[in-house]
Design a protein around this ligand. Sequence first.
Ligand code: HEM
Length: 461
Amino acid sequence: MAHTILAQTKTRNARQEIPTLPAPHVLGWLGAFRRDPLQVLTRAREHGDLVRLQMGPRSLYVLNHPAHIQHVLQDAHRNFSKDTRALGFMKKIAGENLFTGEGEFWLKRRRLMQPMFHRQSIALFGDVFTRAADEMMREWDTRDAQQPLRVDEEMMRVTLKIAGQGLFSVDLTQEAQALGDAFSTANDDLIFRVQHPLYPPPVVPTPRNRRARATQRSIEHIILRTIRERAADPLARRDLLTLLMTMRDEETGEGLSEQELYRETLVMLFAGHETTSNALTWAFYFLSQHPDAESKLRAELDSVLQGRAPTMNDIPQLAYTRRVLDETMRLAPPAWVLGRMSLQQDAFGEFTLPARSMVLISPYALHRHPRYWHNPDTFDPDRVEFAEQPPRFVYMPFGGGPRLCIGQPFALAEATLLLASIAQRYQLQLAPTARVECEPQITLRVKHGLPMRLTRRRETA
Ligand code: HEM
């Protein structure tokens, strides 16, 4: 259906320039986007389905129609590269890997890694998810209940631990703090570089560059140690690292070098924990603000689990728990914007998109589009759009097309079991000191963190 709209509009002859959102400043939207990108993306959405933003000397095009998005991410995806400024910096740090790679390279890696993320493989991780939740809550049990807990930090730690254990069979408990801090610094640095493209390149020893290099080295040290330990006995486990280590190129017969293994491991740890962690953090925030949803969640957990810890087999019955997550990722999608670069000129209906244009797709703006959602800014896990399946390329927390998130089944199972385990045992209330705002970094974080008070609910078996 969406494709038909595009095909029909494509047949019109008159070519038009893409409408421009009137800018507040001679430099266009540059400053405003830096300060509050979510507001600018929302303004662009209000202006139309396809909107040009002036960004200093450059133009940026924002897409808000599912047919256009399907075109970019799926139908004409070969004409839209991931070669954006942010990805360029990521490549400098993490080299070519499944996330940053393109073309044949990407396809080979994707085919190789896909089996790890099939439903049957994910089923094996159930214990990893619930054990990690249990260990975290045992620690919570010993805390002073009066002291607020930084839920954002706890979620970051537990998802990092799960990514390490689930994908690479390593226990990163000792390193979690150092790795978490290092990922956080790398995250800040990446945002800084995207916003300050003229800043001296990493090889110039400025204080910032030196700090960034030290961070990189500490991550490298931890990951390389894991790879070297496993190299002694690559078949000791059946996990992603084994898969990567035993992979051979069909033509050359060569395996991945240590550096290549490092790059894939790094991206999986990075992509695989911060997104899920933010989704859970926002879920606890929304639940604390919506007691009705919280009671329904608790009723489902009591009825399905009856006091025992959840397992993978319970997931189909935990329908409301899942809807809480879906609705959370609607209002606060961890990947709040996706970027692509057009290689050749392209057509969107009567509009022409020039070659080498930067295109933005914002799940954040789309997930609140009044054309597709009733009361778009209201948190409502029972919303009718989920019952009816929202149109493709309108609800897209995991992206779409061939570059759809490979970790989606892993993330959904992990988030469902963590949310169920925690909400069953604790009620989390927002601390009076909390100031909750969105912080759109690489992922959508909670600015100033999320301090919450915990109240123990009941014993689990
Ligand atoms: C709630 C959690 C998650 C969200 C919202 C999320 C979101 C996304 C999105 C939107 C993309 C597409 C980016 C683009 O098209 O530019 C993506 C790609 C990717 N994600 Fe996730 N992700 C999550 C969890 C995970 C997990 C748990 C893993 C690994 C275990 C993972 C690994 C990746 C990788 C490797 C890619 C690149 C795939 C490719 O290009 O072939 N993600 N993710």
